[in-house]
Write a protein of this length. Structure first.
Length: 188
């Protein structure tokens, strides 16, 4: 089964295992895998793998042997590293800005915030953060209460479907960005 896995920058297995991670290598564990306790983990969806990421190094892996499958991850006896080994820190920052831009119309974002999200200019990041924080504190409790009441009345019917659609779109966007990064890295 193909999956995604993130490692730390040292490219070693965690939890005092220390084995090196490299493309073409297959790691194996003894015994039956158990989610979150014992096994070589991975996630079918890259967004799920990101939740468990101990670092920014992404790998495309193949899980095999006995497996314990959960909703968002799998523990397997074997994990082979097919491609990747790429530090995607910048891509993850770009993805986070893209996600924020998808909901920018839900609030009156200050211009500096919009500029940062659109450009990724690190020189204005701190100013954008401070401006966003100030804008969120400036919203009155009355406005928040009204918005929450209005949102709650409409949210129940649409929440599950909207969440699934948004999550699917985010997963596809991140997967495309990461695949492009891996392909670019393999050509260098």
């Amino acid at each position: 089964m193909k999956a995604w896995y993130f490692s730390s920058k040292d490219r070693q297995l965690r939890f005092n295992d220390g084995r090196e991670i490299e493309i073409g290598v297959t790691h194996e564990i003894k015994g039956r895998p158990v989610l979150c306790k014992h096994g070589l983990h991975g996630s079918v969806k890259i967004l799920d793998a990101l939740v468990y990421a101990p670092g920014p190094i992404v790998w495309r892996v193949e899980l095999s042997g006995k497996m314990d499958k959960g909703d968002d991850k799998i523990a397997a006896q074997k994990r082979k590293y097919l491609s990747g080994g790429v530090d995607v820190s910048e891509t993850l920052r770009e993805f986070a800005r893209w996600c924020a831009l998808q909901v920018i119309d839900l609030w009156e974002a200050p211009d500096i915030v919009k500029e940062y999200l659109q450009t990724g200019n690190e020189e204005i990041r701190d100013a954008a953060r401070a401006s966003a924080r100030a804008a969120s504190h400036a919203a009155s409790a009355r406005e928040a209460s009204h918005a929450a009441s209005h949102a709650a009345s409409h949210a129940a019917a649409h929440a599950a479907a909207a969440w699934d659609a948004a999550r699917g779109a985010q997963n596809n966007k991140l997967k495309d960005m990461i695949k492009k990064e891996i392909e670019s890295d393999s050509h260098n």
